[in-house]
Each structure stands twice: as structure tokens, then as C-alpha cells.
Design a protein. Structure first.
Ligand code: G3P
Ligand code: CA
Length: 239
């Protein structure tokens, strides 16, 4: 499967409704997005802990109330034609996903490895239930404690343990925390550990793959998902 990493982020401002809608229109199988918590505990979609890189504001997302977060321009940094783009609430994406007949998979990455956002797992799970989307959701995190917490709260929801580079103990950690899959880079997937994971029926979902030739060899190898910034290109190659 092909997932749009932060939406169609190679052509639209990442983690915005514009990027998600463009990915859907391209016919992608799923989208990946990042969530953080605002000062007043709202689930907002943004990759960095700070708003500096992808908006016209400065500071940490956790220091702003949601009502202030939506004032920032989340598109002009990419191109001024996108100056109306805003930081979305996770609820906005769930509402959009519910109305979508393509039944896109949504991979919500909980960005709680830099700051521990207390209660984030509960909030995300509550919203998933509210929108009846559990069959279409994958929850992932670089923080093994967070994946473990999700598994404690929900024994069935699909989860992924995110790793960086070649991590020799990833399979063991993933099994210990009850993750369904390992979300990894190409280097891990192609290493002895990645091969072992696939042999042991532990799905690998890879990021961020921007060359179709890499995607092809990973998919041929048995990788379940490739996440890319250019899902439009990948979808046309895939068909
Ligand atoms: O979820 C896969 C990938 O997005 C993890 O890295 O830094 O792009 O969030 P990053
Ligand atoms: Ca991510």
C-alpha cells in the first residue's frame, strides 16, 4: 500500500487539509499525519513541536491555545498561494475521512517522544470511537511507552512502533509493547532485522520513500506500506 506522508506533502503544505485532500484525489491507500497537543489539550496536526518552520508564528505548540493556533498561516512557507491553509484539528480529518468513500487508512503518529503529552493516547482513542473509524486507523509512535499505553487501553487497535535507522532490538521491543507492526526506514527494512521481521510475519511500514525504484524493491520484498511525499507519482506507477 502507498501512504501519503503528511498528505501530498511534496506538492502542498504538509499536514494540512489541502495536502490530505490532494492525496485522496490522487487515489492513495492511506495518509500519515502527526499530532501534538495544544495548551488547552486539543489534538492538532503538525509535525514539529514548534510552529516556526511551517507557519508564520513562533513558539511551541503546547504554549498556544487552540483558538490561537488556528490563526496562523500554515501554507505560505510552502507557497504564498496556500496562505489560507491552517493547522487542522484531528477531528477535522476524522470528519473528512468519514465522508470519504475511498475508505482511506489514517496513520496517526502521536508525537509524544519529545514532550510527554499526558492523556494524548486516551484523547485520540476517544475521538476514534466517536467517529467510528477504528477499522481504518493505525496509531504509531517513536515512544514505546506510548504504544504500550495504547495497547493497554485498547487491545485491538492497529499500532506501529516507529524506529529510526537500524535498531537491532526493534522486533523484541515491538513484541514487548504489543505493536502490530514496525514503522521503519528503508535501511532497517533491507537489513537482516527487517528480513527477520517479515519472516516472522511482523509487517513493516516504511518511511519516507521518495524514489519509485526504492518503493518497488521494498514492496517486492514484502513491505506492507511505503510512505511517500509524492503519492500522486507513486499511485500512477503502482497502477
Ligand atoms: O510516521 C513515519 C514518519 O513520518 C516518521 O518520521 O519525522 O516524518 O514524523 P517523521
Ligand atoms: Ca510522522
Amino acid at each position: 500500500m502507498i501512504f501519503a506522508h503528511r498528505g501530498l506533502s511534496g506538492r502542498f503544505p504538509e499536514n494540512t487539509m489541502l495536502a490530505f485532500e490532494a492525496a485522496r484525489k490522487a487515489g492513495v491507500h492511506g495518509i500519515e499525519l502527526d499530532v501534538q497537543l495544544s495548551k488547552d489539550g486539543e489534538l492538532v496536526i503538525i509535525h514539529d513541536e514548534k510552529i516556526n518552520r511551517t507557519t508564520d508564528g513562533t513558539g511551541f505548540i503546547r504554549d498556544f491555545k487552540y483558538k490561537d493556533i488556528v490563526q496562523f498561516d500554515a501554507g505560505s512557507w510552502f507557497d504564498t498561494e496556500f496562505n489560507h491553509a491552517r493547522i487542522p484539528h484531528l477531528e477535522e480529518v476524522f470528519q473528512w475521512a468519514k465522508e470519504d468513500h475511498n475508505e482511506l487508512v489514517i496513520n496517526v503518529e502521536l508525537k509524544n517522544d519529545v514532550f510527554r503529552y499526558d492523556g494524548m493516547e486516551e484523547k485520540v482513542l476517544t475521538l476514534i470511537e466517536q467517529y467510528g473509524l477504528r477499522e481504518r486507523i493505525i496509531l504509531s509512535s517513536f515512544n514505546p511507552e506510548s504504544v504500550k499505553r495504547i495497547r493497554t487501553l485498547d487491545s485491538e487497535i492497529n499500532t506501529g512502533y516507529l524506529i529510526l535507522g537500524i535498531h537491532a532490538n526493534a522486533i523484541k521491543v515491538a513484541q514487548n509493547i504489543g505493536a502490530d507492526a514496525i514503522h521503519c526506514q528503508k535501511e532497517f527494512a533491507q537489513s537482516i532485522y527487517g528480513i527477520q521481521a517479515i519472516e516472522n510475519k511482523i509487517p513493516l511500514r516504511t518511511y519516507t520513500i521518495n524514489r519509485w525504484s526504492d518503493a518497488q524493491s521494498l514492496l517486492n520484498q514484502g513491505v506492507e506500506v511505503v510512505m511517500t511525499d509524492f503519492c500522486d507519482e507513486f499511485v500512477s506507477n503502482y497502477q
